[in-house]
Design a protein around this ligand. Structure first.
Ligand SMILES: *Cc1c(COP(=O)(O)O)cnc(C)c1O
Length: 428
């Protein structure tokens, strides 16, 4: 595989950008090698600056549920750009996006748009603290909620990939306000509530963990969190930045029949542009400025371009059959990969919820962070590169999800499985 131009650009990038990247996992440190610099994307495919073509399962880490450069999104963006890219004043489109979100997710009566998932989660926690008058929060080890200070304690995603479970620069005094429980372990949550009575403002959770690789919620886990928080006057914050509009039209809360107090959104609702959102019951959201004392603002929040891409994406998702199609494609990929691993006699566990999945290099089961950590990340690295060379782009870390989009075809999936069988048989 020719990578000469990417190599040149990566060397240049490292002169001016820390690690040559604007988000750590992109650096390929977890798998080694040079990240291809991408030049173009269309549908299920991306092309790098050296002309190599890949079937893409990164999907920009989740937002591109329609695939790259979807014509409806591109057309809408062109029109929007021509009439002004930012006003810092109300526009009609942001009302439309907010209405669409509230209609799709009934637990969200009011919603505030921000610019990223990080901002959404950071703001949701501030809101929970404002509403309850309490200071501590519970998160789960291996779950990632963006890079706000208090959330980088035992975080997944890049923080996990790079062995930085707690970031430097976060004061101990602040980190102490974050309590950490084990995913899929209700007892660990109950113990924290017992040892900190009346202090816990909220539990924040990925309803389907995606940032330690995909780990579905155990039977009764999310309902248990709902019960425990309600009983103790704390709020349940569902971080649906990945799952929102991906696993069902109403997100994971529809799939698992939950009514969280606050929901965080991002990724898909921006259709590939920077958007996040947090919303919930009206009485909670009315704490937010200008109605209430919890301050949160943003120069580019509700930005017309970002909102346009989000609206075009969500409207396309509302076409009949889209979620059935995502489920069928996800199932086809999971089934094919399971066969490929079996044939190659490589121990594996494929975890999947709808169109998000991870193939762990371990016999499993993978239903907790401890299970995830048994995966052979070095072997994943070799597999990842073997796939990249064969024109398939998975996430450059074992501890991430693959995302199927509506642009993937059955042929894309079958070709991917074929390549996986080849790559796995060569691992030795
Ligand atoms: C990606 C992600 C975030 C952070 O979103 P950014 O837009 O990257 O700031 C938060 N929570 C979850 C579950 C995510 O996957």
């Amino acid at each position: 595989m020719n990578q000469s131009k990417s190599q040149r650009l990566f060397a240049e990038a490292q002169k001016y950008i820390p690690g040559g990247v604007n988000s750590p996992v992109r650096s390929f440190r977890a798998v080694g090698g040079t990240p291809p610099f991408l030049a173009r994307g269309k549908g299920s495919r991306v092309w790098d600056v050296d002309g190599n073509e890949y079937i893409d399962f990164l999907s920009s880490w989740g937002p591109l549920v329609l695939g790259h450069a979807h014509s409806k999104v591109v057309e809408a963006l062109k029109k929007a750009a021509e009439v002004g890219t930012s006003f810092g004043a109300p526009v009609e489109l942001e009302v439309e996006l907010a209405r669409l979100i509230c209609q799709a997710i009934p637990s969200i009566e009011k919603v505030r748009l921000v610019n990223s998932g990080t901002e959404a989660c950071m703001s949701a926690l501030r809101l929970a603290r404002a509403f309850t008058g309490r200071s501590k929060i519970i998160k789960f080890s291996g779950c990632y909620h963006g890079h706000a200070d208090g959330l980088l304690v035992k975080a997944g995603s890049g923080a996990m990939t790079h062995g930085i479970p707690t970031s430097a620069g976060v004061p101990d005094s602040y980190a102490r306000e974050t309590l950490v429980a084990d995913y899929n372990d209700l007892t660990s949550v109950e113990q924290l509530f017992e040892s900190h009575p009346g202090d816990i403002a909220a539990v924040i959770v990925e309803p389907v963990a995606g940032n330690m690789g995909v780990v579905p919620p155990a039977e009764g886990f999310l309902a248990g969190l709902s019960r425990i928080t309600a009983e103790s006057g704390a709020l349940l914050i569902l971080d649906e930045v990945i799952t929102g509009f991906r696993v069902a039209p109403g997100g994971a809360q529809e799939l698992f029949d939950l009514t969280p107090d606050i929901t965080c959104l991002g990724k898909i609702i921006g259709g590939g542009l920077p958007v996040g959102a947090y919303g919930g019951r009206a009485e909670i959201m009315e704490m937010v400025a200008p109605l209430g004392p919890m301050y949160q603002a943003g120069t580019l929040s509700g930005n017309p371009l970002a909102v346009t891409a989000g609206l075009a994406t969500l409207r396309e998702l509302q076409q009949p059959g889209t979620y059935e199609r995502l489920e069928a494609l996800g199932q086809r990929l999971a089934h094919g990969l399971t066969q490929a691993f079996k044939q190659a006699q490589v121990p594996s566990t494929i975890n999947r919820v709808g169109s998000m999945l991870t193939g762990f290099f371990t016999g499993g089961p993978v239903d907790s962070l401890a299970g995830v950590e048994r995966a052979d990340a070095a072997q994943y690295g070799r597999y990842f590169h073997a796939m990249l060379e064969r024109g398939v782009y998975f996430a450059p870390s074992q501890f991430e999800a693959a995302f199927v989009s509506l642009a993937h075809t059955d042929e894309d999936i079958d070709r991917t499985v074929e390549k996986a069988a080849e790559a796995l048989s060569g691992l030795g």
